[in-house]
Design a protein around this ligand. Structure first.
Ligand code: URA
Length: 208
């Protein structure tokens, strides 16, 4: 963890959220990065996206406590922007932004460690950032969502490296959209519901 805080130094990020959940969970969820609420509370998926995620989990009979929640980046990437107040005054405010490639690589040792030490039945990636962290830039959620994939994943060549290599181990992954995607694209809800049904059906067929 300390080395990752060092590796990301100089980037506009704040807070640090550890992965959370059992060591042998049904699912390992790989998100993008914490938002404002997560950075304040130090817990993953406790904001608006977390509420959506809870509904998806409930649709297949799971709760937050049944799953391991993690993300590509552990600190909240932010950007300062002007916000117009009601009185017309402009104030500077921090907004969430997607993590950069170098921020994702800076925090890669943590997710690599989790991939080695957490043994889920299934990995579910939430959105493109988590998906591409594991399967590379050519993997897109629009192409792959709802598909059962059995593939090696990207891991750092070594702890201090900034280059990925492919794991010798194969992981079982079903990609889906990020729960927050329904806020800006409500039509995604249908895809999300179908994907979560696929995830639920897969779990039912497995002895775990
Ligand atoms: N989005 C993520 O990817 N992770 C969180 O913890 C919250 C929102």
């Amino acid at each position: 963890m300390d080395i990752c805080i060092k590796r990301i130094e100089g980037s506009p990020v704040e807070g640090f959220v550890k992965g959370k959940g059992p060591r042998k969970p049904t699912l390992m969820l790989v998100g993008e990065a914490p938002g404002e609420n997560e950075a304040i509370q130090g817990l993953p998926f406790v904001g608006r996206a977390g509420e959506e995620l809870k509904k998806s989990l409930a649709s297949i009979g799971l709760t937050r406590e049944d799953v391991y929640m993690t993300s590509a980046v552990r600190s909240r990437p932010f950007i300062w922007k002007d916000k117009k107040e009601r009185n017309g005054e402009s104030v500077k405010k921090k907004y969430n932004r997607p993590p950069t490639q170098s921020e994702i690589i800076a925090h890669a040792p943590i997710l690599d460690f989790e991939l080695l030490n957490i043994s889920p039945l299934l990995i579910v990636t939430l959105g493109n950032v988590g998906l591409q962290r594991l399967l590379g830039k050519s993997a897109t959620v629009s192409k792959l969502h709802g598909q059962l994939l059995q593939r090696p994943v990207q891991i750092l060549e070594s702890l201090n490296s900034t280059q990925y290599t492919w794991s010798s181990e194969t992981y079982t992954i079903i990609p889906t959209y990020h729960p927050a995607s329904v806020f800006y694209r409500p039509s995604n809800r249908e895809f999300l519901e179908d994907d979560w049904k696929t995830i639920g059906d897969y779990i039912k067929t497995q002895k775990f």
